[in-house]
Design a protein around this ligand. Structure first.
Ligand SMILES: Nc1ncnc2c1ncn2[C@@H]1O[C@H](COP(=O)(O)OP(=O)(O)OP(=O)(O)O)[C@@H](O)[C@H]1O
Ligand SMILES: [Mg+2]
Length: 479
């Protein structure tokens, strides 16, 4: 894959002319350029087609006009011949030839051998065979006293008696018009070609630049710089959308990597000490001679320690799982109140035993999308904390809707958590000073936060005057 990447900046190290050609060569090889070139070819072909059509119709129109004029003229003259005979015709032709109609009409009446009798052409045009119909020929015209050949178009008829009548028209103007149109077409074609090529190059260059930004970012990320992101243009076009999605993907990867690193760090730091302690205890039991009772006591203590380690390990794994899992916004919806009811039922006996009055206030149908099991675990951790750290009294669980959000609250009347500690208690292994004597790992709230984030929710700890009020908010399920 790496080999067919477009990589314009590599050309920077080459000397300038080679660098330029190298860049052009790469540009031409890109998909963007080929696409632009294809569009340009289609565009150029259609422009050329339209121009040719315009040329052809205008040239044809002029030619038809000329022929129509000639046709009317020659028909009139033929009638004159029929009515007034040769002398009448010669008279009219001589008169028309003498007058300058300004339309460059050409006339010639000859005898059956082609000798001119009247007209403004000196003789029968060279190489033109005599016969009825249309003909093209050249006439000599004097321009500033110099003879110049002009193209002409004419029609001739052989009249009774073998006399020939030729009526034509100097079409040098029409030919000049045609040449001009041809030249204009050529120029406009060339300009369109140039503009199209430049436009195509600019377009593909721009596309390339955007692709290149993505390429460079992915290279840097692959090289280990996980926090690099694709810059946005701010135009909101599809490239920006692509960049936003790629950046989101990189965010997710970075988040997962960080979570993984944190777990491995935590395992390394916080499980190493108890494991070493366990090992030392077992070693001591092995080398210290003692009675069977002392040995089994040592083994029992070691088993307890190993159990605690397993609990910590499982808690860490659950947090990692909750953090690393996909966001559950597309999962099936469920009623938060039902989850709360089940948890309250589960904790009621132990709460009662410890002198709590556990109550549940729940609005019906507070539906959210997600993993019901994870949510139950989070709620269980909150109830567990309340029972562990508060000293009896009212313990309230509330489920309700607020501002189109589903809210779950757990409020106790214990010592609460001071304002300045309300953020750090979510970190792994954090236990506040007064709670150190109670059993625990400092992982319960970390799991709660991981579960809440996975459900696109928020968690806030507040003062319950006195006590702690944990408030979890989730987006409502619309279905
Ligand atoms: N309801 C509460 N009232 C007072 N302090 C609390 C309450 N909940 C949590 N805390 C404080 O926050 C700390 C972190 O709580 P967390 O649930 O993460 O860990 P833990 O309860 O100590 O251990 P674990 O939950 O892993 O058994 C606790 O050690 C305690 O100091
Ligand atoms: Mg806890």
């Amino acid at each position: 894959m790496v080999s067919d990447k477009i990589h314009l900046p590599a050309a920077r190290s080459l000397p300038s002319p080679r660098r330029f050609f190298e860049r052009q060569r790469r540009l031409v090889r890109t998909h963007a350029f080929r696409l632009a070139a294809l569009y340009f070819l289609v565009f150029a072909a259609s422009v050329l087609g339209v121009l040719c059509f315009v040329y052809w119709t205008s040239a044809d129109f002029v030619e038809r006009q000329t022929e129509a004029t000639i046709d009317t003229d020659i028909t009139g003259l033929a009638e004159q011949y029929a009515q007034r005979g040769l002398s009448g015709l010669v008279q009219i032709v001589a008169a028309r030839s003498a007058g300058d109609s300004g339309e460059a009409m050409l006339y010639l009446v000859t005898d059956p051998d082609g000798r001119p009798l009247a007209g403004n052409i000196s003789g029968w045009p060279l190489g033109v065979p005599a016969g009825n119909g249309w003909l093209s020929f050249t006439v000599e015209v004097r321009v500033q006293r110099k003879p110049v050949s002009h193209p002409a178009r004419g029609s001739m008829i052989i009249m009774p008696g073998g006399y020939r009548l030729l009526v034509g028209r100097d079409i040098s103007d029409a030919a000049a018009f045609r040449d001009r149109v041809k030249l204009t077409l050529l120029w406009s074609g060339m300009v369109a070609l140039g503009v199209g090529l430049l436009g195509g190059a600019a377009m593909s260059r721009n596309l390339l630049r955007r692709v290149e930004l993505v390429n460079r970012t992915s290279e840097r990320v692959m090289a280990g710089n996980l926090s690099d992101r694709v810059p946005l243009d701010g135009t909101g076009d599809e490239f920006d959308l692509l960049a936003v999605n790629l950046n989101r993907m990189l965010d997710q990867i970075e988040r997962l990597m960080t979570a993984m690193r944190e777990v491995t760090d935590d395992v390394a730091h916080d499980l190493k000490t108890p494991l070493s302690r366990l090992r030392a205890r077992l070693e001591l039991a092995l080398i210290e001679p003692g009675d069977a009772g002392a040995q089994s006591e040592a083994i029992r203590v070691a088993i307890d320690e190993a159990d605690r380690l397993l609990v910590t390990f499982n808690a860490l794994l659950r947090i990692a799982e909750a953090e690393a899992g996909a966001v559950v916004d597309m999962a099936a919806p469920f009623d938060l109140a039902e989850v709360a009811r089940a948890a309250v039922e589960l904790y009621e006996p132990v709460a009662e035993e410890k002198g709590f009055v556990l109550t549940l206030t729940a609005e019906p149908q507070v539906d959210i999308r997600g993993d019901r099991h994870l949510l139950s675990q989070a709620l269980a951790n909150l109830l567990d904390n309340a029972i562990k750290y508060a000293d009896g009294g009212a313990l309230e669980v509330r489920v309700f809707r607020a501002d189109a959000r589903a809210v779950l609250e757990v409020a106790d009347h214990g010592p609460g958590i001071p304002q300045n500690n309300r953020e750090i208690v979510f970190d792994r292994f954090v236990r506040l000073e007064p709670s150190r004597s109670t059993p625990g790992n400092g992982l319960g709230l970390s799991l709660v936060r991981a579960v809440v984030h996975r459900h696109l929710g928020t968690i806030a700890l507040a003062d319950n005057h006195p006590g702690l009020r944990a408030r979890l908010e989730f987006p409502m399920s619309c279905v």
